[in-house]
Design a protein around this ligand. Structure first.
Ligand SMILES: O=C(O)CCC(=O)C(=O)O
Ligand SMILES: [Fe+2]
Length: 256
C-alpha cells in the first residue's frame, strides 16, 4: 500500500502557535471551531496544517472572495509535454507592485492587493511569522468536480529560496495529494510514497522547505464534489532586480 492518509481532525495535538516559535502573538485558543495545529512530516516533507478561520469567518471571507476577486479572462494556456491546453480552473495573481512572473512563456503582472486578500495575508503572517508579497489564486468551479491542478512542485526560480508557501482554502473540502519525487522502492523503507490530506474550509497548509524539492503535489478531480473551492497560495517572489537568469516558461509554469 503506497498511500498514506493523514486523518487531520483526529491526530495528536500540537502547539497551536505553529512551528517557527518565537514571540508571535497567539490567536484565540484552539476550541471546537479551531482544532489544534498539526505537523505533517515525512522524509523531505515538512508542513503544518491548521484551521485558520472558524466557520463563520471563513464563510464571510469566502463570499467576499467570490464577489471581489477578478480572475484572468480568456483562455490561459497550459503546455504539457509540448501540447497546449486550457487550464482546468480559474486563476489570477495579486501582489506587490513591480513583481512579475512568467507562465508558459507569457509574463503576468499581479493585480494590486484588495482588502479581503490583505486581511487573509495579515492573518497568515500573524499565525506563521512569515511575510508574503504575492498570491496565486485558483478557483475550482462547481460544474462537475473535474476542475483540478495536476502534479507539480512550487519550485520556481522566481520564488525567494527557502521561503515557505502558505496555502489557504475556502469552500469545498478537497483531497490534496503529495507524491514523493524519488520512488525508492524496496518495501518503502523510507516512509510513505504518497500523503493525502483533506484541505478544509478556512484551513492553512504551510509548506516549508524542502517539501517542494522532494515532493510533488496535486488537487485531483473529484466528480462527487460539486461545490466551488478557492485556494490562495501566498508566496515570496523575488523582485526582478534580484533575479538570476530565470528561464522563460519555468517560473510558476508547468502545470500552473
Ligand atoms: O488548490 C490547491 O490546494 C493547490 C494549488 C497549488 O498547488 C498551486 O497553486 O500551486
Ligand atoms: Fe502548487
Amino acid at each position: 500500500m503506497d498511500a498514506f492518509v493523514v486523518k487531520l481532525p483526529r491526530g495528536p495535538a500540537e502547539d497551536g502557535g505553529g512551528s517557527s516559535g518565537g514571540k508571535r502573538p497567539r490567536l484565540e485558543k484552539p476550541g471546537p471551531e479551531r482544532p489544534p495545529a498539526r505537523e505533517i512530516r515525512a522524509e523531505g516533507l515538512s508542513c503544518d496544517y491548521r484551521i485558520l478561520f472558524g466557520k463563520a469567518e471563513a464563510d464571510e471571507i469566502f463570499q467576499e472572495l467570490e464577489k471581489e476577486v477578478e480572475y484572468f479572462e480568456g483562455i490561459i494556456p497550459l503546455q504539457v509535454f509540448g501540447t497546449w491546453h486550457k487550464i482546468p480552473r480559474k486563476k489570477v495573481t495579486y501582489g506587490d507592485p513591480g513583481l512579475s512572473y512568467t507562465y508558459s512563456g507569457v509574463t503576468f503582472h499581479p493585480k494590486p492587493w484588495i482588502p479581503v486578500l490583505t486581511r487573509i495575508r495579515e492573518r497568515v503572517t500573524l499565525e506563521t511569522g512569515h511575510t508574503f508579497n504575492f498570491v496565486l489564486i485558483n478557483r475550482y468551479s462547481t460544474k462537475d468536480g473535474l476542475d483540478h491542478i495536476g502534479e507539480h512542485r512550487d519550485d520556481e526560480k522566481e520564488l525567494v529560496p527557502l521561503s515557505p508557501i502558505a496555502s489557504v482554502s475556502f469552500g469545498a473540502c478537497r483531497d490534496f495529494v503529495f507524491r514523493r519525487r524519488e520512488q525508492r522502492g524496496r518495501g518503502g523503507a523510507r516512509g510513505p510514497a504518497r500523503i493525502c490530506l483533506q484541505l478544509a474550509h478556512g484551513s492553512l497548509l504551510l509548506m516549508k522547505h524542502p517539501t517542494n524539492v522532494h515532493w510533488y503535489h496535486s488537487l485531483p478531480p473529484r466528480r462527487r464534489v460539486l461545490a466551488p473551492r478557492v485556494n490562495l497560495t501566498f508566496r515570496n517572489v523575488l523582485p526582478v532586480s534580484k533575479r538570476g537568469n530565470v528561464q522563460p516558461g519555468g517560473p510558476l509554469g508547468s502545470e500552473k
